[in-house]
Design a protein around this ligand. Structure first.
Ligand code: XMP
Length: 526
């Protein structure tokens, strides 16, 4: 391992969240550029802001109006920290007001694409153009009702749009910039370049936040934290716990003990695949617990979706605790908590975009295990975890696998769950998913799976009647899983999958395709 580990937290940015749905995107862009950053609420105490030691501060957009009385002000410490500040949308307006400028309501909101003309010199926008002939015009994404009407003292206007005459303002002496549009969304063509300039040229950050450095840093920290003590990890085979397993394995080898619980509600051959990859190929210590009977017994006769989720979550905790108790020398419990979970639970975000469903916490581990907690992914976004996984040698197919709910097939079998239903569903689902891969469609959809309906329908096979179960295929396209639309899979493809399932899974008499959007439907059927 690299002896001189780069200090990946040396250069860092502070992002104050005023509630924009795009705040996490700002952080992800900054990290892609190569600089560590943290999101904190817009009312972060002054002392903490100063102690944070940011090389620059970004003020996010937000749903509030700066003209309203309830407007959220910028903490004084932001401008006492003597670092460059970038205000985006609401952040710009709040900055204008802070320094004595004026904000007005345009009367007409501007949402979507807009053009801005660069009108004066600034480090942020100099020589930028989205036009082939070099005209200083940029295509940007706007989302605002208010705009700055009068510049505060010390600021000048450096770009304008039709609806926002002051689209970008700059105080070049103090390096304070306000931009009305959203550079963090990909619709703003030069958005990443603008953020890059703020981060590299104005804040003078060096780019040390790279997968290699993050891995080296994580390994060093794990070794320092854990010493020669043993660690337990609940390995599910999902991306997060897999990446934690590999990081820990690299850092501490056999001091890591993984526990893989097969709850009988996994996909076809999933348990064998997880064991093969981790135990056989990578040499990770994994204890496989075959707990199918226990889960199915506990679920017996239960039809209510939320009750099923609770049962599966509770049995998981029981089984895991029993296994952990056998590992008497373990002192640490590793978890695959990632940065969005940290933001949610700290309530760090004021944004509406960050709502989390309580039922998604099923599969959480007990808090009273008297083990110390180690969470190597706490600072990482999902896309960063994926990149780390690839770097650590996880196959791309596994990294890019669709999300699979903690309760597994338990919420894809409508009503009471039993082994027979789970087996039918597993076989049919494998046919659907394999076909998606074969036709190059798997990565074009965000999530695809099969649902089992415990009703029987009539069909014919040869000369006989066939009285079999009904399945539904579900494939959705979504960015954030909060809203989704049914994927427009080719009809011929659906036809082929349907015929394969009816031919190969004799218990099934009928296959349908779910075309419901979310909302009002959800992605899962339960
Ligand atoms: P819904 O059905 O709520 O699903 O539209 C949104 C996303 O969440 C996943 N999901 C779950 N994940 N435990 C999980 O870990 C659950 O109980 C659960 N329920 C839904 C679902 O697969 C989709 O990706």
């Amino acid at each position: 391992m690299n002896e001189a580990v780069a200090d990946i937290h040396h250069y860092k940015l502070l992002i104050l969240d005023f509630g924009s749905q795009y705040t996490q995107l700002i952080a992800r862009r900054a990290r892609e550029i190569g600089v560590y950053c943290e999101i904190h609420p817009c009312d972060m105490p002054d002392q903490q802001i100063l102690e944070f030691g940011a090389a620059g501060i970004i003020l996010s957009g937000g749903p509030e109006s700066t003209i309203d009385e309830c407007a959220l002000p910028i903490p004084a410490a932001v401008f006492e920290a003597s670092v460059p500040v970038l205000g985006i949308c609401y952040g710009m307006q709040a900055m204008a007001l802070h320094f004595g400028g004026e904000v007005v309501n345009s009367g007409h909101s501007e949402f979507g694409y807009a053009k801005i003309q660069v009108t004066a010199d600034s480090e942020l926008l100099n020589h930028l153009s989205d036009r082939a002939d070099g005209t200083p015009e940029l295509d940007v994404w706007m989302s605002h009702g208010d705009h700055v009407a009068k510049l505060p003292a010390g600021f000048e206007c450096v770009a304008s749009s039709g609806n926002a005459p002051i689209a970008v303002m700059a105080d070049k002496n103090r390096n304070y910039y306000g931009i009305q549009f959203h550079p963090e969304v990909t619709h703003t063509t030069s958005g990443k370049e603008i953020l890059q300039r703020f981060i590299s040229q104005l804040c003078r950050c060096e780019c040390e936040w790279t997968s290699d450095n993050i891995i080296d840093d994580a390994i060093t920290r794990i070794r320092q934290q854990v010493g020669d003590e043993e660690v337990i990890l609940a390995l599910s085979g999902g991306v997060d716990s897999s990446v934690v397993a590999l990081l820990l394995h690299r850092a501490i080898g056999d001091q890591l003990n993984c526990v893989f619980v097969d709850n009988g509600l996994l996909r076809l051959h999933e348990g064998d695949q997880v064991m093969k990859m981790f135990a056989e190929n990578l040499g990770v210590k994994v204890i496989r617990v075959d707990a199918e009977k226990r889960f199915l017994q506990a679920l017996d006769g239960e039809a209510d979706p939320e009750a099923k989720r609770k049962i599966i979550g509770n049995v998981f905790i029981d089984v895991f605790e029993e296994e952990a108790a056998k590992l008497t020398s373990a002192r640490w419990l590793a978890q695959g908590t990632i940065y969005p979970d940290v933001i949610e639970s700290a309530g760090a975000s004021t944004g509406k975009a960050h709502l989390i469903k309580s039922h998604h916490n099923v599969g959480g581990l007990p808090e009273d295990m008297s083990l110390k907690l180690i969470e190597p992914l706490r600072e990482l976004f999902k896309d960063e975890v994926r990149r780390l996984g690839l770097e650590l040698g996880l196959p791309a197919k596994m990294i890019n696998r669709h999300p699979f709910p903690g309760p597994g097939l338990g919420v894809r079998i409508l009503g009471p769950v039993c082994r027979e239903y789970a087996d039918i569903l597993r076989r049919a689902d494998a046919i659907f998913i394999d076909a998606l891969y074969q036709h190059g469609l798997y990565e074009q959809v965000s999530q695809a799976f099969t649902v089992f309906l415990p009703v029987k329908s009539v069909g014919v096979t040869g000369d006989g009647r066939r009285y079999g179960y009904v399945l539904s295929l579900r494939a959705v396209e979504t960015i954030d899983f909060m809203t989704a639309r049914a994927a427009h899979l080719p009809y011929d493809f659906l036809d082929e999958v349907c015929r394969s399932i009816l031919n190969e899974v004799s218990e099934v008499a009928r296959v349908s395709y779910d075309i419901s959007s979310k909302p009002p439907a959800t992605i899962e059927w339960e």
